[in-house]
Design a protein around this ligand. Structure first.
Ligand SMILES: C[S@@+](CC[C@H](N)C(=O)[O-])C[C@H]1O[C@@H](n2cnc3c(N)ncnc32)[C@H](O)[C@@H]1O
Length: 303
């Protein structure tokens, strides 16, 4: 694992690999910092993605409570793919397993397949022993499934599917590869539910400057039009929602928890790590407040 001070911002230093997106070394650099470290400030919901506080139609607050908003978000993705008991679900980038767990517990899904590039996440979720679950420490880029899926979820992994420094054409080609695979793996007319950050008012030049390479090496956000262009051949976009408030509230909650648990966080890691995370979360809040970055939720239906 690289320490923050060893990482120069040069993507080549973060790890090798033939992936269009972030390599396993780069994912490990961010995510394999101790399950307890993340658990302390991500809390019981254990999601590392924006919660659903805001009602997408009225713009009013639908969930005040953080944990309720996180579970509402996960459940919305599961509803979007029509998850039910007689169902085979693929979750790309399963994190610490909350969506897989709720798919089993709340929707009765019998067959669950998950992908991650974080060894710690895989080991942690394996210990949860969610019935009917198959976990792969593997990128979607070299995953070869046995059989098709009734639905696919991908919550905030897409930000790792193109490397910083790629041209627009290269990014769109990488994203097309993702949508092509999802289409090939899904049953006809099946749904893919996604969530990711997108560049908002940040120009390409500004985006290149503000992408936090020491936080998420070999990663970049898409622009929304890159998503529509790369998906349109294989999918109809049936729903999309862009906002910033869900992420501002989520990030503020994480920052507060990080501060409240400061002593424990420091003893799980060290004071540099605490400061590093606090700074990155604070900068992310500013990015969303200034509309440089937006949160996007999309539901796609296979053509
Ligand atoms: C920000 S976390 C989101 C985790 C989870 N979906 C959640 O909402 O809490 C990003 C996840 O994407 C995974 N990931 C990144 N690149 C990946 C790839 N190429 N293939 C599969 N998973 C990947 C990481 O391992 C991590 O689990």
């Amino acid at each position: 694992m690289l320490h923050f001070s060893e990482f120069s911002g040069d993507p080549k230093k973060a790890g090798k690999g033939d992936f269009a997106g972030a390599s396993q070394d780069s994912i490990s650099y961010h995510y394999d910092r101790g399950v307890d470290f993340y658990r302390l400030w991500l809390g019981e919901a254990f999601c590392y993605s924006a919660a659903a506080f805001i009602d997408p139609i009225s713009g009013t607050v639908a969930n005040e409570d953080y944990k309720a908003a996180q579970f509402a978000n996960v459940d919305n993705h599961l509803k979007a793919v029509r998850a039910q008991s007689d169902f085979r679900l693929l979750d790309i980038g399963f994190g610490w397993g909350t969506l897989l767990q709720r798919a089993h517990q709340e929707f009765g899904v019998k067959e669950l397949v998950g992908l991650t590039l974080s060894r710690e996440q895989q080991e942690f979720v394996a210990e949860l022993r969610i019935p009917g679950t198959e976990l792969h420490l593997q990128s979607y880029e070299n995953f070869v499934p046995e059989g098709s899926f009734d639905g696919i979820t991908c919550v905030e992994a897409f930000e790792h599917f193109a490397k910083a420094g790629m041209s627009r054409e290269q990014k769109v080609a990488a994203y097309k590869g993702f949508f092509e695979r999802c289409h090939a793996w899904l049953r006809p007319k099946g749904f893919l539910s996604m969530q990711f950050g997108v560049w908002g008012t940040a120009s390409r030049e500004m985006a290149d400057r503000i992408v936090p390479r020491d936080v998420f090496p070999e990663s970049d956000l898409p622009y929304f039009d890159e998503v529509t262009e790369s998906s349109q051949h294989h999918f109809d976009l049936t729903y999309s929602f862009l906002n910033t408030e869900d992420y501002v509230r989520t990030l503020n909650h994480w920052r507060l928890e990080l501060k409240n648990k400061m002593n424990a966080v420091v003893s799980e890691s060290d004071v540099d790590t605490y400061r590093f995370y606090d700074r990155y979360l604070r900068r992310a809040v500013a990015g969303f407040k200034r509309d440089r970055i937006r949160l996007c939720r999309c539901v796609f239906k296979a053509k």
